[in-house]
Design a protein around this ligand. Structure first.
Ligand code: 1J1
Ligand code: MG
Length: 261
């Protein structure tokens, strides 16, 4: 997944409100209720210790502040440690954190110290965006398209296969595709089939991955990828409902995911 920039994190709260409205309209549930239903759990004043991490490219300005905003929005208690890295970890645990959140350039994780549950942002993000796509109230069938099978896409495809959807996937990496066909029993999407979808889960860090041939009119596209895979003119022409947001939805999924073992 691409690294966030401080600009991606501007207007987080208005992006959240906007996406919450869309999620509610297209699935019947807002993000919070959807998380509760997805994981069968709700927060019970867990304290989330958020640790800034300086490794690799280092601190992303506003990253931990954005996490604190999200943690509070979903009804958890939270605090950002004064120190980064291992010193911050010691501080978080000493100050009674139930859940630790921290990210370097490779893994962004939530770890519930009480339950022993740990999750990566890749997996939690894949699951929730796939789940949102799969709940489309106006879906024309149980067919769903997954675009790209990296860490996020694979987790989402796995979730959809377990939920009993007819999952079609494409990925330029034939190895990734074969692995998903073998392990998850999904089908390969081939543009020659002229098949169109009412539910699309897109998980790439690239623009313009969605073409006209793939989608039905008034379909739902759910994607955590920045930049957006849906070209704006196609979105307009097909009156697509688009769920896309840089951080909040994935983090909500992480938090609820570690509430249970
Ligand atoms: C680095 C986060 C990098 C991403 C969701 O503590 C800090 O400020 C930095 N070490 C945080 N990961 O940008 C992922 C997370 C989307 N991209
Ligand atoms: Mg509720």
């Amino acid at each position: 997944m691409a690294l966030l920039t401080p600009e991606d994190l501007e207007n987080l709260s208005s992006q959240l409100e906007h996406n919450n409205e869309i999620v509610k309209r297209v699935t019947g549930l807002d993000i919070m209720d959807l998380c509760e239903e997805l994981y069968g759990a709700q927060p019970n004043s867990e304290r989330v210790g958020i640790i800034p991490i300086t490794a690799g490219n280092g601190i992303i300005s506003n990253f931990t502040a954005s996490l604190l905003f999200i943690v509070n929005y979903f009804g958890f208690e939270g605090f950002i440690t004064e120190h980064p890295d291992v010193t911050g970890y010691y501080e978080a645990v000493s100050q009674g954190a139930d859940i630790i959140m921290m990210a370097d350039d490779h893994i962004f994780t939530a770890h519930n110290l009480q339950k022993g549950a740990i999750v990566s942002n890749h997996v939690a993000t894949g699951i929730i965006y796939a789940d949102i796509a799969s709940r489309f109230l106006e879906a024309s069938s149980k067919d769903i398209l997954v675009i790209c099978l990296g860490r996020v896409g694979y987790a989402g495809a796995c979730h959809l296969a377990e939920k009993g959807f007819n999952v079609y996937a494409c990925d330029p990496n034939k190895g990734f595709l074969q692995k998903a066909v073998d392990e998850l029993g999904i089908k390969t999407y081939c543009s020659d089939d002229r098949k169109k979808f009412s539910m699309v889960f897109e998980a790439t860090p690239n623009a313009d991955t969605i073409s006209e041939g793939m989608i039905e009119e008034r379909c739902l596209v759910s994607t955590p990828g920045i930049p957006c895979g849906l070209p704006p003119e196609i979105g307009k022409k097909y009156r697509v409902d688009l769920v896309m947001e840089p951080l909040v939805i994935g983090v909500a999924s992480m938090l609820y995911s570690v509430l249970r073992k």
